[in-house]
Design a protein around this ligand. Structure first.
Ligand code: NAD
Ligand code: TYD
Length: 352
């Protein structure tokens, strides 16, 4: 095997796309997926590759030092790509400590394991996957880029900002080779349906009300998840990346309400419903506390240094996403049964 890479959070949304790509693209790498399988992690996401010889899964909670140590001893990795996280802003408002534990303590545990690994593998690489939300909210225009000062505003983004700072501090203090990328909002298959796009798709399908926070005027910059996975792969392999930060985004800003309109109209067509009928489901609900107004990425550094470009238009990506959710209703039903249903009703009732 040419390289042994631990990927954390591989049973989640972005992690599963990255693992599928790496396992298929690099048969001579050994890819180790470590994941605690929280509500957001689902091994079903990787059914198609689970029996390939260059893939292994270990159930590891990154807040547990012993479990991390054991997996590092078992596989003696050359690098780690770290995606495991609590990732939903609304949940971070309800229970910030879970975010501190996984996103901060969990990341520092992995950094400590990486520093120990440096003793025998001085080139050990720590690739940290982060979010553009660490930069705050673009209320007055402009774009996030690699030099934008940190200004996190939600417990989620504060925990991710903290983890980014720890990664750089370990680079400076222990000479740990690292890379950080901060990406905009992702969408695509296997996204847990608590996030805007899959939530709206599955509620339109079930003819249920569509909770739009505030006036729906907040803006997000959306990227097809496989384009994010491709960017991580290219950055990971480029000799120019070491010690660098990259902001990743597809120059694709949308107001929330316009996305909801797009989804309603496209699904009316696909489901043979009268045009305009799904829009009737839109319900404006109480705004998210501290709701960031706008995120938008300037990806010039990534494009110029790495040569990455998004592969799909938003219309193509959204179309593929809707089709996937329509064809995988069993998956949606399974991941949203039980605890999630109670959580969602509680969230929603607090808002109307
Ligand atoms: P996700 O919530 O879909 O998946 C997270 C995964 O981490 C799950 O498989 C979960 O089981 C696992 N996990 C959670 N706590 C863990 C723990 N203590 N130990 C081990 N595993 C644990 O998240 P996602 O949307 O795929 O995001 C992945 C990463 O990318 C995160 O670090 C997130 O901050 C970052 N990111 C996400 C987006 C986005 O739009 N989704 C954008 C930019 C960056
Ligand atoms: P989300 O998918 O939670 O991602 P993030 O908050 O990390 O950007 O939300 C995307 C946008 O959609 C955000 O502005 C909040 C809004 N939103 C709604 O209006 N209704 C919803 O039910 C959800 C989940 C989000």
């Amino acid at each position: 095997m040419k390289k042994t890479i631990i990927i954390t959070g591989g049973a989640g949304f972005i992690g599963s796309h990255l693992i599928r790509r790496m396992v298929n693209q690099y048969p001579d790498y050994l890819i180790i997926n470590i994941d605690a399988l929280t509500y957001a992690g689902n091994l079903e996401n990787l059914k198609d590759i689970e029996n390939l010889p260059n893939y292994h899964f270990r159930k590891v909670d990154i807040t547990n030092w012993q479990q991390i140590k054991d997996v590092f001893i078992e596989f003696n990795p050359d690098s780690i790509i770290h995606l495991a996280a609590e990732s939903h802003v609304d949940r971070s408002i309800e229970n910030p400590m879970a975010f501190v534990m996984t996103n901060v303590v969990g990341t520092v545990n992995l950094l400590n394991a990486a520093v120990q690994q440096l003793k025998t593998k001085p080139d050990f690489l720590f690739y940290h996957v982060s979010t553009d939300e660490v930069f705050g909210s673009l209320d007055d225009g402009g774009y996030f880029h690699e030099k934008t000062p940190y200004d996190p505003k939600s417990p989620y983004s504060a925990s991710k900002a903290s983890s980014d700072h720890f990664v750089r501090a370990y680079g400076n203090t222990y000479q740990l080779p690292f890379i950080i990328s901060n990406c905009s909002n992702n969408y695509g298959p296997y996204q847990f349906p608590e996030k805007l796009i899959p939530l709206m798709i599955y509620r339109i399908l079930k003819n249920e009300s569509l909770p739009v926070y505030g006036k729906g005027e907040n803006i997000r910059d959306w990227l097809w998840v496989e384009d994010h996975a491709a960017a991580i792969d290219l950055i990971f392999h480029s000799p120019k990346s070491l010690g660098q930060t990259f902001t990743i985004g597809g120059k694709n800003e949308w107001k929330n309400i316009d996305i909801v309109y797009l989804l309603c109209d496209s699904m009316d067509q696909k489901l043979n419903r009268p045009q305009g009928s799904s829009r009737q489901l839109i319900t404006f609900v109480k705004d998210r506390a501290g709701h960031d107004l706008r995120y938008a990425i300037d990806p010039t550094h990534l494009e110029n240094t790495i040569g990455w470009k998004p592969s799909l238009t938003f219309e193509e990506g959204l179309n593929k996403t809707i089709d996937w959710y329509l064809q995988n209703q069993e998956w949606v039903n399974r991941v949203t049964s039980g605890e999630y249903q109670k959580y969602f009703e509680k969230q929603y009732q607090g808002r109307v």
